[in-house]
Design a protein around this ligand. Structure first.
Ligand SMILES: Nc1ncnc2c1ncn2[C@@H]1O[C@H](COP(=O)(O)OP(=O)(O)OP(=O)(O)O)[C@@H](O)[C@H]1O
Ligand SMILES: [Mg+2]
Length: 326
């Protein structure tokens, strides 16, 4: 079977829009002692301007590594990452730093991603001070404006230290900092996973408002499928370093094409006796990315995998029933 089930293949082929981000065959490997960890193994997807692409999958499937590779926080070992037509994977030095200002990443743990010994306004100003794009009064005005936009009163809280804030407030400060350079793409890696449900909702509403106001495009990485469904236009499902299905959020959640997506949804979403989605439990653990299965990486856990009868003297191999493409 193919690595990508292009769930929205029909719409993709007629889509005349140029993607803001075009990722092709992205690979990331890590050396671990004598082993090679194949964390991202040839991932391809587009993100169109103004949309939110959700990225889901079990722990360890390579979601964060994909996000970090886009920013070149970890070095890809292959593939291309075109942002507005420029391959970020070919850039170095100032050109790379420049490209990075157009993409920003927000991490899961807001408290440890902010320096506890710096004042809030200086944290938000970090990118501006680094690039010296604005200085003096204009800088101060911009910081106040950003803090107000994320719901932190700059006059009251601007001089406080990050350690004096709650997780939700710290995430607001992280968002303000990420917007300072007016990026086009925000990569949100489990940005609400560490927060209480009520705070999660506030942060997600804020993100949606800012997305509209700043014309942002989002890659929203999370393991919470309900949250991802709420925020995403399209969703990509990752398994063991590969995307196994990608498509519009509604279609993918209502009628998943890949058996792995069906298992994920069946395990995570509320039990609904009328739902056509199979709620069988997925047995076993994902195989190690050090020694991934040959062929389809899901085949060792896939209920559709069958042992083909050996033909003549050839060795047996596994095969999936091909999922429907739509
Ligand atoms: N620096 C590293 N060195 C070696 N292996 C790594 C490194 N970073 C990640 N990995 C491995 O790469 C694989 C993908 O990890 P990654 O953190 O991208 O997964 P994830 O999908 O974000 O998981 P989670 O949902 O738990 O955040 C895992 O097997 C992980 O152990
Ligand atoms: Mg992660």
């Amino acid at each position: 079977m193919t690595n990508n089930v292009i769930h929205d293949e029909a719409s993709a082929s007629t889509d005349q829009r140029t993607p803001l981000l075009k990722v092709r065959d992205l690979e990331v490997t890590f050396r671990q002692h004598r082993h090679v960890v194949s964390a991202v193994a040839g991932v391809s997807f587009d993100i169109f301007e103004g949309e939110t692409l959700g990225l889901v999958g079990e722990s360890g499937c390579g979601k964060s590594t994909t996000g970090k590779a886009l920013m070149r926080i970890v070095e890809p070992s292959g593939g291309s990452i075109e942002l507005d037509g420029v391959d970020v994977n070919q850039l170095s030095g100032k050109a790379l730093r420049n490209a990075r200002t157009r993409m920003q990443m927000i991490f899961q743990d807001p408290i440890s991603s902010l320096n506890p010994r710096r004042r809030v306004k200086d944290i938000v100003a970090e990118p501006l001070d680094c690039w010296k794009t604005v200085t003096g009064d204009e800088r101060d005005r911009l910081i106040s404006d950003l803090l107000s936009k994320v719901g932190i009163d700059p006059a009251v809280y601007g001089n406080r230290y990050a350690r004096q804030f709650s997780g939700g407030q710290c995430q607001r400060i992280s968002i303000a900092r990420s917007l300072a350079m007016r990026p086009k793409l925000l990569i949100c890696d489990e940005m609400v996973s560490a927060l209480d449900v009520s705070v999660q909702a506030q942060i997600l509403n804020l993100l949606e408002d800012l997305k509209q106001e700043y014309g942002l495009t989002l890659l929203f990485i999370a393991h919470d499928l309900a949250v991802v469904k709420n925020v995403s236009d399209r969703v990509a499902v990752m398994y063991l370093g590969k995307i196994c299905e990608i498509g519009p959020a509604d279609t993918l959640y209502e009628s998943p094409a890949h058996p792995y997506t069906e298992f994920l949804l069946g395990a995570a979403l509320e039990a609904d006796p009328d739902s056509p989605i199979n709620d069988q439990v997925l047995e076993g653990e994902p195989p190690s990315p050090i020694d991934p299965p040959s062929g389809c990486r899901f085949r060792t856990r896939c209920p559709n995998a069958t042992q083909l009868r050996p033909q003549s003297r050839r060795t047996p191999r596994h095969q999936h029933a091909a999922p429907r493409l739509r």
